[in-house]
Design a protein around this ligand. Structure first.
Ligand code: HEM
Length: 159
């Protein structure tokens, strides 16, 4: 195993941050389902019970709202990884492939999250939401492993 080059450290932080944050979001999602909190914000989306910041006066609302808010942490890492890969590591074809897959997956997942809520927890949509969550996590894990073999960015030396 090759140690991480300093020039790829930022990519490593974003790629690993994507895996860890997505795993945490999946745990929160599981808790949303098992605690019966899926409609904690009502059928309201993107607002929660019609408000940007709801009163948070019942546990179902707090659990559902935390799932939605934590999505921003996941988006920060996945979008950050995508920007880095598309701008600095375009020649790493597999990395571009898995990064793009997780980026597209994120947006489809947000759409499915919206449909889950607005369809009053249609079980087929809920299953698709769970399935895609697993696929996104798999793409992100492959990505972290690919980052290990990324060649450092050539540094332009002053003449
Ligand atoms: C990358 C983003 C996301 C991931 C990885 C994710 C993951 C999950 C997972 C694993 C579950 C549990 C599913 C189950 O056990 O059947 C879940 C539930 C849920 N998610 Fe997400 N989610 C994401 C984004 C969103 C967004 C943006 C919303 C917007 C409203 C949302 C709304 C819900 C709801 C309402 C449930 C509960 C469904 C039910 O109780 O039947 N999710 N999520």
């Amino acid at each position: 195993m090759r140690p991480f080059e300093p020039s790829t450290r930022l990519l490593w932080v974003f790629a690993l941050g994507s895996v860890i944050s997505t795993y945490i979001l999946i745990l929160i999602g599981g808790y949303v389902t098992t605690s019966d909190s899926g409609l904690g914000c009502g059928e309201s989306w993107p607002l929660c019970s019609g408000a940007v910041l709801p009163a948070l006066n019942n546990s179902a609302q707090i659990i559902e709202f935390s799932h939605r808010i934590f999505n921003f942490v996941v988006a920060f890492f996945i979008i950050g990884t995508a920007i880095l890969v598309w701008t600095r590591y375009r020649r790493e074809k597999n990395l571009v492939l898995f990064t793009t897959a997780s980026f597209v997956g994120l947006f489809v997942q947000v759409f499915l999250g919206m449909v889950t809520v607005t369809s009053a927890l249609n079980p087929i949509v809920g299953d698709a939401h769970l399935g895609l969550a697993s696929a996104i996590l798999a793409f992100l894990v492959v990505n972290v492993m690919l980052v290990r073999d990324v060649r450092p960015i050539p540094v332009a030396l002053p003449r």
